[in-house]
Design a protein around this ligand. Structure first.
Ligand code: ADP
Length: 176
């Protein structure tokens, strides 16, 4: 599904975050040490090659909610923006930290004149965030950032399967 809000194209699709041709930047659901690991970080590092880990080393560790930017190495993009999501706790703080990830990623994207960016749903894997809540935090954070976006014109959210896509599309349809 695709929607346009205040000139910003928002899209949801099934795919692999490490194979997003046509996007200036991809976002990594990173760990504090910016190392490969599983899930999104594993896919990104294995597709990008060892140069990414080399570039990441001096930037680590990062704190929950923070984002850092690197080159994309062998990925088909210009940049990787690495965000450390919160480990889910049933409190408001988790939501704030998760929202900070999206806001900080978008700020870095703007600073680097990124026009298009692909996000995974940060913290909804190993970090245990309930998927629908994670999507709602992402969309709310994005909406709050829209007035500050001048370069970023296209945002895609990438998920691995149909059931997650259905939730994303449902939330996107409600988004205004
Ligand atoms: P976190 O540690 O922040 O929870 P994960 O990488 O474990 O990060 O998962 C984040 C989300 O990304 C989960 O919904 C997971 O299913 C999804 N995911 C895992 N691998 C990929 C991939 N290659 N492309 C897109 N999404 C992915």
């Amino acid at each position: 599904m695709k929607r346009t809000l205040s000139g910003l194209i928002m899209e949801c699709k099934i795919g692999n975050i490490a194979a997003q041709n046509g996007f200036d930047a991809v976002v990594n659901a990173a760990n504090a040490w910016l190392r490969p690991g599983g899930g999104v970080a594993g896919a990104i590092h294995s597709a990008a090659g060892p140069g990414l880990l080399e570039e990441c080393r001096p930037l680590a560790p990062i704190k929950p909610g923070e984002a850092v930017i690197t080159g994309a190495h062998h990925l088909p993009n210009k940049f990787v923006i690495h965000c450390l999501g919160p480990v889910y706790e049933k409190d408001e703080f988790s939501g704030k930290v998760l929202a900070n990830c999206y806001c900080n990623a978008l700020k870095l994207a703007e600073e680097h004149k990124v026009k298009s960016i692909a996000f995974p749903l940060i913290s909804t894997g190993v970090f245990g965030y309930p998927f629908k809540e994670g999507v709602q935090v992402a969309f709310t954070a994005l909406k709050e950032m829209i007035p500050q976006l001048t370069f970023v014109r296209r945002v895609v959210f990438v998920v691995r399967d149909k059931s997650k896509l259905a939730v994303l599309n449902q939330e996107l349809a409600r988004f205004h």
